[in-house]
Design a protein around this ligand. Structure first.
Ligand SMILES: [Zn+2]
Length: 368
């Protein structure tokens, strides 16, 4: 049972990488694509038009936060997330499990779900696969995620196996409880164990999910372990469905994952780093507060087409704003960083179409 008007088609292949088009009830999204994170139904500091200008056509919102505040009933009465936040394009919601696991207090896990205390008011909450589907249905996202168990990087193999088994049981319950208007993705766990990942990908691939995600990467393991696992694991995810690598990562992580065949990404890194005064460039991170930029008239990156660089805001000015705690700098750096991500994946799509992704990736990762 697939959601109406949801679809995915591959348009070009280059090695393991592919470019494609994801279709939702809000329109088409060229892939590979990056989803800016709008935790509280807002991509921090930016208007929807500014987010759109970075090339994004899909954003992620966090079910856990919106469930606790303002509550899914409010969002439903305001017409669902897209109407509420004035974002006309696609919205994906996570299941809330990751935040319930990492933010909540006194959390316990059973076959039924997570019992935890809200980090806001201490109220006792039960997050089951069915509740995660009910809340996401009220939030009205276009793509929902199943509730999963995401073990930390420190988990031993037995803990990871248990998380995989629990996630599979919750996969079936999520599908049974789904809102038919939403697309629903399953989440493959397995840590850095390639055999567990492959087996779980086959188990979830046998279920009628609209897409398949990889959860449980970038949870504290050395990046090299993920980089080594991705080319081994991603091909085991059904190639007919979109593949989403959750919560990853740096431009390097994205390129390695695109080379392995991943279609969708989300990460707080570009927006969070912007608010910490860090601009992402091809030559690495540029920390705008450093004294070396005090009198630097150059934009962050002379080759960047983002509103911040194109309008000539100098490093000296941005540094001044940051030191003076002026909020404009947070907006400008957020625009720049999201632009870098959008531009990176737009160029990757072009490179896949001309079967030159490996060359493109090498040039991006090792600029002259
Ligand atoms: Zn820029």
């Amino acid at each position: 049972m697939s959601a109406p008007s949801f679809g995915f088609r591959v348009v070009a292949v280059d090695g393991q990488a592919r470019s494609g088009v994801l279709t939702t009830r809000k329109g088409e999204i060229p892939t590979p694509t990056f989803m800016p994170v709008g935790t509280q139904a807002s991509v921090k500091t930016l208007t929807p038009a500014e987010v759109e200008a970075t090339g994004a056509r899909i954003v992620l919102a966090n079910t856990y936060h919106l469930w606790l505040r303002p509550g899914p009933d409010v969002v439903a009465q305001q017409g669902g997330l897209s109407a509420f936040m004035r974002w006309p394009h696609t919205v994906l919601t996570d299941s809330g499990g990751f935040q319930a696991y990492s933010l909540a207090e006194r959390r316990t896990l059973s076959d039924e779900g997570f019992v935890f205390r809200s980090h806001l008011d201490g109220s006792k909450r039960l997050l089951t696969p069915e509740e995660a589907m009910r809340v996401q249905g009220l939030l009205g996202s276009d793509i929902a995620m199943q509730l999963d168990v995401c073990p930390p990087a420190t988990a031993d193999r037995k803990e990871v196996e248990d998380a995989v088994a629990q996630t599979t049981r919750w996969a079936s319950r999520s599908l049974a409880a789904r809102d038919g208007a939403q697309a629903l993705f399953g989440i493959v766990q397995g840590g850095v164990h390639v055999d567990l990942r492959r087996r779980h990908a086959a188990e979830l691939g046998a279920l009628p999910f609209d897409g398949l995600a990889l959860g449980g990467f970038s949870v504290g393991e050395p990046p090299e372990q993920m980089h080594a696992a991705l080319p081994e694991v991603v091909p085991s995810l059904d190639p007919a469905r979109p593949r989403y690598l959750m919560g990853v990562g740096t431009p390097r992580d994205l390129l390695i994952a695109v080379l392995a065949g991943v279609d969708m990404f989300d990460c707080v890194l570009p927006t969070r780093n912007a608010r910490n005064g860090q601009a992402i460039t091809r030559r690495g991170a540029l920390s705008i507060k450093q004294a070396q930029y005090r009198n630097d008239a150059r934009p962050i990156d002379e080759e960047c087409g983002c509103p911040c660089c194109r309008n000539g805001y100098s490093r000296a000015y941005l540094r001044h704003l940051f030191i003076a705690r002026e909020i404009l700098v947070l907006r400008l750096l957020s625009q720049h960083n999201l632009w870098v991500y959008g531009d990176l994946l737009s160029r990757a799509r072009e490179a896949i179409a001309s079967r030159k992704l490996a060359v493109f990736a090498r040039e991006w990762l090792e600029p002259g």
